[in-house]
Each structure stands twice: as C-alpha cells, then as structure tokens.
Design a binder for this molecule. Structure first.
Ligand SMILES: Cc1cc2nc3c(=O)[nH]c(=O)nc-3n(C[C@H](O)[C@H](O)[C@H](O)COP(=O)(O)OP(=O)(O)OC[C@H]3O[C@@H](n4cnc5c(N)ncnc54)[C@H](O)[C@@H]3O)c2cc1C
Length: 425
C-alpha cells in the first residue's frame, strides 16, 4: 500500500471512529466488528464472482471462516437484463437474495459498503467498524469513467440518460423510456471503446430494444454510435439478426466515440456531430469498481487490476485477490460466466495456499448468450488456460453458434437459472 493510501485509510478510520465527531460511535482497532478467532477470508461483493468465491472456499475447507460484505440486500443480475428492457422478462426473475447462500454454507454476510482497505494492517472499513482478514477477495464489478465524457454529471445524467450497465433501477428506467418513446421517435445508443463489461451486451440490447419497437412502435429508429471499429462480439450473427428481423430500423455507425453529453437537450456529441434522441442510452467507459482503486490494487492503466493468472492474487498487494470484471485476465471477457469460473479457480487456490498445498493449474470456460428476439438467441464460447503465466484461449476451442436459434435461447434460459441458483444457495 502506498503512503497516500495508508494515510487516507487512517483518515477514513478516523471518520468511522468518530474521532472529533460528537455523538458518533468510538471505534478503535479493538472495535473489530467480528473479532477474528481462526483463519478468515473476507470477500467484497456478492455478485457473479463474490458469491461463488465465498461459497467454494467454504466447500473447499470448512475450517476457513468466510465473511462476505455486500452493500445491497438484493442482487439484480445484468445477464438477462436486456430481456427485461425488451419487455419479455420480469426483473424479479433476475433478482436473488443471500439468505440461503449464507445458511447453507455458513458464510457470514455483512450488508454494508466497504469504504477503505488497509492492505498492510489487513483490515477493511465498513460503516459499523473494521473487519480483519488473512486473505481478501475483491469482486466489486465495475465503475464508470464519467470524467471522459464532458458534461456528464454522475448523479443527474443517469436519471435522464440511463446507462443501465448496472442492473436494477437503471434497467427499469430504460424500459420505461422505451415504452414511453413517442411514435416514430429516435433512440440513440452509445457504446464505449472496449474493454467493457459484457462485450456482446450492447448489441443484444440493440436487438431487444428493436424487438420491442417492432411490435409497439414500428416507425421508430435506433441510431447506434459505437466507439469501436466494428461490432465487438458475434458481429456476423447480430448483423444477420438485424437484417432478418429489424430491416431499416437500426442505423449502426462504427468508429463513433461519444465524448460529450448534454443532459437537458438529450444529445450526445462525437466531436464531429451532435445527435439528439428522444431516448438516449449512453453506456460510459468503465474501470474496476471504486473500492479496488481505494485499495491501491489498480494497475498503471488506472483502470483494471493486474493479477497472478493462477491464484488471482494481486501483483501489487499481498494476500489480496481480485476476480471478475475488475481483474485483468488476458482474453477472458468481462462476463458473469468468466467471473464464476475465476471465482472457482481463485477459491481452490486460496484453500491450497492457506493449507500450504500445491496450486492447481487452472482452465476456464466462457459462454455468452445473447437474445436477438424474444425466442431466438446466439452464443459465443471459448476455453482458456494459463501458459507461461499468461491466460490464453485454448487453440480451436469454442466459436460462435451456427445461426440464430430457439435452441440457443433454451440453453441461455437454463444457464441463467442454474447460475443464479448456484449464487444464491
Ligand atoms: C446488459 C448486460 C448484459 C450482460 N449479460 C451477460 C450474459 O449474458 N452473460 C454473462 O456471463 N455476463 C453478462 N454480463 C456481464 C456480467 O454482468 C458481469 O460480467 C458480472 O456481473 C461480473 O461479476 P462481478 O462479480 O465482477 O461484478 P458484479 O456481479 O457487478 O458484483 C459486484 C458486487 O459488488 C458489490 N460492491 C461493489 N463495491 C462494493 C463495496 N465497496 N462494498 C460492498 N459491496 C460492493 C456490488 O453491490 C455488487 O453486488 C452482462 C452485463 C450487462 C451490463
């Protein structure tokens, strides 16, 4: 931990200690929320990565105590949120709680926000005090690089121009705006330069929004401003879907990076052109969740966390592991499936490390399904392994589905059912 980080940690500790704050509870290092008796792993985040790493450490070695800290009591899944926006899935089916996960696996779940991490003292700060760890796992997902879009107000802009790149209220707001779109209105969607959470996600969203419009507002248009030189994932399949189902509705413009937004005018600017929409869905560029920055485990790019590819231990801070969207894992996409796979590898190797045993040599799988209508989906799959310290794609593994199909949509439905079940039990 840098001196800066250590100083800011002590300052934050002062704040939660109530030092100089009349009436605030007094917390010292003796005010541990959960005094540690044996070996303990603390997990920050209860999403696709966090819930699974917590569970599999307990399965791997029940003598290790696991404390999972999550700010929200309910987790809303981003996977399948585009179906909610399209109007063919209820958000309730994307929502899980942690009661069964905690009870079945004897995981201590703390509902709180982690505001600081001291990687030297091995403590994290929550509103109720401090919690000590032997090893820490961060799976905080993403936060946004708002500062790269001129005029973007992190609080006010998403209330008018939703990103819906974290699921929940934002998903419902975008759905409402789509339903309320004036007849023949214009939707503008902007896609950041990769890497971002879920490479095929924006193109699936274009498809599910188009599906809604085709059935309820067929003269409406979708203008897509993609910061990338082409569709980032499954390009051929998405183009085939748009030609088959949404001819004339989608105006896809590659190499159009949005750099400016005007919330009042509902317009975005590419530096060449200002484009106004009746509905604007601006997905900002991304970085590792803020707590990773506060913990000082983000790399030189100031975006993502470098990790050992076998243990997911930070290359910056000892005994801190980072998984999911926040970490750098070579060609693995930032997906829920990847986070799940990384969580299992990380859990296994944490158990090995804590018991002085040999590390396992990992391999991973990823499949990303995307709906293109309410019934048809497409998919992309790959296997990954570690070679000479780097994660690589296993040669000739995976590929894309041959065509749009109802069978892929069935596979997708069973995938989401199984993975959410695994996360919540
Ligand atoms: C529209 C869309 C569609 C997608 N579709 C798919 C798909 O079909 N398949 C797929 O595999 N992936 C998909 N994804 C990607 C997937 O959502 C992410 O890759 C996945 O959620 C990453 O898991 P994670 O654990 O890194 O982060 P998350 O699942 O976001 O979990 C992070 C958790 O940490 C908590 N947290 C963060 N900071 C703190 C803190 N300081 N204190 C306490 N708690 C904290 C958050 O509340 C959150 O619950 C999609 C994403 C989007 C946006």
């Amino acid at each position: 931990m840098s001196h800066m980080n250590r100083r800011s940690f002590i300052k934050l500790l002062g704040a939660v200690s109530g030092i100089g704050l009349a009436g605030a509870p007094f917390i010292t290092s003796a005010n541990e929320m959960l005094p540690k008796k044996g070996r303990r792993v603390v997990v920050i985040g209860g999403g696709y990565g966090g819930s699974i790493v917590a569970k599999y450490i307990r399965i791997g070695d029940p003598s290790i105590e696991v404390v999972m800290i999550e700010r929200d009591r309910k987790y809303v899944s981003c996977p399948f949120s585009n179906s909610v926006i399209g109007g063919f899935r209820d958000i309730k089916d994307n929502t899980i709680t942690y009661d069964k996960l905690a009870a079945n696996n004897k995981i201590k779940v703390v509902y709180d926000e982690v505001t600081a991490v001291d990687t030297t003292a091995k403590k994290v700060v929550v509103s109720g005090g401090v919690i000590s760890y032997d090893r820490l796992v961060l799976s905080p997902g993403i936060d946004f690089r708002f500062d790269e879009i001129e005029g973007y107000d992190p609080v006010e802009t998403p209330k008018v121009i939703p990103h819906a790149w974290k699921a929940g209220e934002q998903t419902l707001l975008l759905r409402k705006q789509l339903v309320d779109l004036p007849k023949g209105g214009t939707v503008v969607m902007s896609i950041p330069v990769a890497p971002f959470r879920c490479p095929p996600g924006p193109y699936e969203r274009i498809s599910t929004m188009a599906w809604h419009l085709k059935h309820h507002n067929p003269t409406a248009k979708i203008i897509v401003l993609d910061g990338n030189p082409d569709i980032v994932s499954k390009g051929k399949l998405f183009r085939a879907a748009w030609a088959k189902h949404y001819e004339g509705m989608i105006d896809y413009r590659a190499g159009n990076k949005v750099t400016k937004v005007d919330t009042n005018k509902r317009s975005v600017d590419t530096g060449v052109e200002e484009i106004k929409g009746d509905l604007v869905n601006l997905v900002p560029p991304q970085k590792a969740g803020l707590i990773a920055h506060k913990a000082g485990v983000v790399g030189e790019d100031k975006k993502w966390c470098p990790v050992n590819q076998i243990t997911f231990e930070s290359t910056i801070a000892k005994d801190v592991h980072i998984i999911g969207d926040a970490c750098m894992a070579g060609p693995m996409p930032k997906s829920g499936y990847s986070a799940n796979s990384q969580a299992k590898v990380c859990a296994t190797n944490i158990v090995q490390l804590m018991n002085g045993k040999e590390l396992i040599d990992p391999s991973h799988t990823n499949v990303c399904y995307s709906y293109v209508t309410e019934k048809e989906a497409v998919s992309v799959a790959a296997m990954f392994k570690v070679a000479e310290g780097k994660t690589i794609i296993v040669p000739n593994s995976g590929g894309v589905s041959p065509d749009l199909s109802e069978l892929e949509a069935l596979y997708a439905k069973s995938w989401i059912k199984n993975i959410l079940h695994e996360m919540s039990t």
